[in-house]
Design a protein around this ligand. Structure first.
Ligand code: PLP
Length: 441
């Protein structure tokens, strides 16, 4: 368990988060249930924000990468913490704007932004759009002209950095749908193209090398490469970047083998980036740019847990024991996508030590519908309350209604109080958009 969280085992032997007993949470809100620890989220946002303030004279901003977990409450928290957000779709943008998030602190990403998304962003006055395609630049220029404004943009570049993480979350290898390659000159050509656009104002460059990365050196190399690209572009195109955005990607603890990083430890990742940017500016004779980072997983990942009720248990002698829960790939598809590892415990008997290795199965009609295999647990029985840890990022945001299961609700806990931030879906919600065509009536 991670010491920096408010996760603990209370005197009843129950798991507690944010001062709330998980057994009580399950009684009040039912399962499956996502639970988010507000103090953890705020603390992480502050660590990044304060590091930029302290070590870079406040000349930058932390953006919360809201794809990790997007709902109205999280944008409200980011707003209160005076940070920015990164959004990647019209839906995320709409959600952020719906709580009054200041548009100038919103950055829009995406490798294939849709025409209506670009229009919505320009109309809303979104501060910066991270350009990642030629037709997008044309559309954006036209939208900005229509709105009578100059749109600030960054260009997503691919600096070519191998990061040690799952292939599906590496984004800066030569074979990537994201960004323009520095190595083959594509980034330079796109830069010249953007500079030729009348209604676009190029501010600088963005890169994001991938997710769930622990090696500081991978981030440092990426920062060096971005700064060297800035120097090259200054020389070749007489354009000096005012802003650089180094993305997110800091790894979190999920299971044995993952590093446990303290909040201050994450600040040190950012310090390493800041030092690199300063050194490279010195070396290349560049002005210190406005510096942006956009962590998602490290802000919300360990802040969240999912509570499930144990149902059917199937022990196949000599093969495997399956412990089934009332959730599955519809609330957490990460095992199916990346064979992700998790840690689970019985929240109603949280002090008990694990005594067996089991597979935790979901309730969907797919053999691959698992939360994990080789999970260490005490002997679970029907009705036990199972907690899966570190599910705050890329769980709710990747959830679906597969098999017409309802996406579970989410509660925010703080100082022993819990409130919904996402209400439960009813069957009626699930069929809301279904229509019987006239000829079937
Ligand atoms: C452009 C960009 N920025 C930031 C992030 C956030 O990454 P993480 O949640 O690993 O910090 C992502 C994740 O995919 C991304 O694509």
């Amino acid at each position: 368990m991670n010491e920096r969280e408010t996760l603990k085992v209370n005197e009843k032997g129950h798991l507690e988060i944010g001062g709330c007993d998980c057994v009580e949470l399950a009684k009040e809100f039912s399962t499956p249930l996502y639970v988010f620890d507000e103090a953890h989220i705020r603390n992480m946002m502050r660590v990044y924000r304060d590091t930029i303030q302290r070590e870079y004279d406040g000349n930058g901003i932390v953006l919360y990468a809201s794809k990790a977990f997007s709902c109205k409450a999280i944008y409200r928290i980011a707003m209160q913490e005076k940070i920015g957000v990164d959004v990647v779709s019209g839906g995320e943008l709409y959600t952020a704007l719906s709580v009054g998030f200041p548009a100038e602190r919103i950055y829009l990403h995406g490798n294939n932004k849709l025409p209506h998304e670009l229009r919505e962003a320009v109309e809303a006055g979104v501060g910066t759009i991270v350009a990642d395609a030629y037709p997008e630049a044309d559309l954006l220029d036209a939208e900005a002209a229509r709105a009578g404004r100059i749109q600030e943009v960054l260009i997503r570049i691919n600096p070519g950095v191998e990061a040690h993480t799952h292939a599906y979350v590496q984004t800066a290898t030569p074979d990537s749908k994201f960004g323009f390659s520095v190595a083959d000159g594509a980034a330079e050509r796109f830069c010249a193209y953007i500079l030729s656009k009348k209604h676009l104002r190029l501010k600088g460059f963005h890169c994001h090398i991938g997710s769930q990365i622990f090696e500081k050196q991978s981030f440092v190399i990426a920062a060096e490469k971005v700064m060297r690209f800035c120097a090259e572009i200054k020389q070749k195109l007489s354009f000096e970047a005012e802003t650089i955005n180094l993305g997110g990607g800091f790894g979190i603890w999920y299971a044995e083998g993952d590093k446990k990083i303290s909040a201050e430890g994450y600040g040190e990742y950012l310090s390493a980036l800041i030092d690199t940017v300063k050194e490279e500016c010195e070396r290349c004779g560049l002005k210190r740019p406005y510096l942006i980072v956009e962590p998602g997983r490290s802000i919300v990942g360990e802040a969240g847990i999912t509570l499930y009720t144990v149902g059917a248990i199937k022990d196949i002698p000599g093969i495997r024991k399956y412990v089934s829960v009332d959730g599955g790939m519809f609330d957490n598809p990460r095992y199916c996508l990346y064979q992700s590892k998790y840690t689970a415990l019985l929240a109603n008997r949280a002090a008990e030590l694990p005594c067996e290795r089991v597979a935790i199965a979901g309730k969907c009609c797919e053999s691959g519908d698992l939360i994990g295999v080789d999970m260490n647990l005490p002997a679970a029985k029907w009705g036990d309350l199972l907690a899966v840890l570190s599910t705050g990022a890329y769980n709710y945001s990747m959830a679906s209604n597969y098999n017409r299961n309802a996406v579970p609700p989410a509660v925010l806990v703080c100082d022993g109080k819990a409130e919904y931030i996402v209400k439960p879906q009813s069957y009626e919600d699930i069929v809301r958009n279904d229509v019987i065509p006239t000829r079937l009536k």
